[in-house]
Design a protein around this ligand. Structure first.
Ligand code: GLU
Length: 499
């Protein structure tokens, strides 16, 4: 493939260059991950650069969540805005003088020129062209200004931009690692603005200048930037520098086949974090958005991804974001997590959600209880937050909805009798309230009443949990303890009797 210079492994330098949007989009996280995996695999350097020349204010707040999300995912960097490095600063807002210097160099070498055309004038000319059915390309009006005219206008304080002088009739060819050889005629590109009248650079200019100065060897980014690549290559050419090798990653689509966006639900890494997803699951899942190792393997630890990752295995086909698959993967990772670690996560979550006064009423020690609950729910939850439904009723009072109170009205079962018998039976266990004895005692009730155990369990479950689903019943009762179990059964009994 053309333009694929050999890059020595330890010289590999790749970068993730987010704009400060205030959150890390799942697609950007995938771009960051692929760059990071590539750097790790090849002993290269991974760099973060913030492209913030559009947004002068509140940058800090817009950058921090991006870096936090990356760290949470376990992605680290060798150079970046927070840690610096030999090619800083790593925020474009701190590099404005550099862009001006390179724009001036291009002007001096007749590769760029000053343009005084105002946006209104350009708009009017564009409209005229379009009215005649022509497409508008900047007509190089300002290219013919004499040095004296330019000086005069500058003295007059007329605002100006700087445009790149695109060479006529040139072919821009480059080999993209995913999309293959691409060839574009320079005639299709207008003399685009590289420096705005505000003195700030446009994206294509600052990105190319920075990639050059930061000695980036490979640019790995979203397919939406494929059309920017020829424009950036022209900057390299104008500055006499060698462009990096490009790899564009296939677009990520939502369930309806449209580009993944907020319309499809949560798109930020932070929101998945808040919903109770594990970073390893997210990493594994997004690694498969456009990359595959073989036809069958889906579960990869981060270490395995580093070992197996290669740009050759990225495919062109658009990737589809499948929330159900991500959920399944998260459940898989929850099961792989040690009980100790899960307990820590559950305790953090419970403490965040609990109303302290209510805990005292149930009088359960959070840590001890979570230790008992964790093995019971580990197989049942798909996100950490789902565990709230399973664990909170241990600590807080349960509230019976109307549906739950009337639940047995139309069923052929005498729920009050079942509950009364259960109470009499388990009262005998007061001092030995363990799951084994509870089970025996409940089975006896079902035999004596001649009702199926399934039916008895249904009644008891709603009484204890105010819900048709609960963690395994006998253990649940043991953890709740004798008194709370009896209290709940009696409370429900009263509710259904007194209607
Ligand atoms: N700031 C650009 C973006 O967020 C970076 C594109 C690139 O990697 O060159 O899309």
């Amino acid at each position: 493939m053309m333009n694929m210079k050999e890059i020595k492994k330890n010289e590999i330098r790749v970068r993730f260059a987010p704009s400060p949007t205030g959150y890390l989009h799942i697609g950007s996280a995938r771009t960051a991950l692929f760059n990071w995996l590539y750097a790790k695999k090849n002993n290269g350097k991974f760099i973060i650069r913030i492209e913030d020349t559009d947004r002068a204010r509140h940058i800090e707040e817009a950058v921090r969540p991006i870096l936090d999300s990356l760290r949470w995912l376990g992605i680290d960097w060798d150079e970046g805005p927070d840690i610096g490095g030999s090619y800083g600063p790593y925020r474009q807002s701190g590099r404005v003088e550099t862009y001006k210097k390179y724009a001036q160099e291009l002007i001096d070498n007749k590769k760029a020129y000053i343009c005084f055309c105002s946006p209104e004038e350009l708009q009017a000319r564009k409209k005229t062209a379009e009215d005649q059915g022509l497409s508008f390309k900047y007509d190089r009006r300002c290219l013919s200004l004499t040095p004296e005219e330019i000086e005069e206008k500058i003295k007059d304080k007329q605002p100006f931009a700087v445009r790149l002088l695109i060479p006529d009739n040139e072919v821009i060819e480059f080999g993209d690692r995913v999309y293959g050889n691409i060839s574009v005629s320079s005639d299709t590109i207008e003399d685009y603005v590289i420096l705005r009248s505000s003195g700030l650079p446009t994206y294509n200019f600052s990105a190319a200048v920075d990639d050059m100065l930061m000695k980036i060897t490979q640019v790995i980014r979203g397919e939406d930037h494929l059309s920017n690549t020829p424009k950036q290559i022209l900057i390299y050419r104008a500055l006499g520098a060698e462009p990096p090798v490009f790899t564009h990653l296939p677009m990520i689509l939502g369930s309806d086949g449209q580009k993944l966006s907020k319309r499809h639900g949560a798109v930020s890494v932070e929101s998945y974090r808040n919903e109770g997803f594990l970073p390893e699951a997210i990493i594994n899942y997004i690694a498969l958005l456009g990359w595959s190792y073989d036809d069958k393997s889906t579960i990869f630890s981060t270490g395995e991804l580093v070992d197996r990752f290669s740009l050759e295995n990225i495919n062109k086909k658009k990737a589809r974001f499948d929330y159900q698959k991500l959920l399944w993967m998260n459940a898989t990772y929850i099961r792989k997590t040690s009980d100790r670690k899960l307990e820590e996560m559950l305790i953090g979550l419970i403490e965040k959600h609990i109303d302290k006064k209510k805990i005292q009423r149930n009088n359960l020690d959070i840590e001890k209880t979570v230790k008992m609950i964790t093995p019971l729910i580990k197989e049942r939850i798909k996100t950490i937050n789902e565990s709230l439904d399973w664990v909170m009723p241990f600590f807080t009072e349960v509230e019976y909805s109307k549906d739950m109170v009337g639940y047995f009205d139309k069923k052929l079962i005498d729920a009050p009798a079942v509950l009364s018998n259960i109470v009499s039976s388990i009262t005998l266990l007061k001092d030995n309230f363990d799951s084994y004895r509870i089970e025996n005692s409940l089975r006896k009730v079902s035999e004596e009443m001649d009702i199926s155990f399934r039916k008895l369990a249904e009644v008891l479950r709603i009484a204890l949990w105010a819900n048709k689903v609960s963690p395994p019943l006998f253990h649940t009762m043991q953890i709740l303890g004798y008194q709370t179990s009896i209290n709940r059964i009696n409370k429900y009994l009263k509710l259904i009797e007194n209607r």
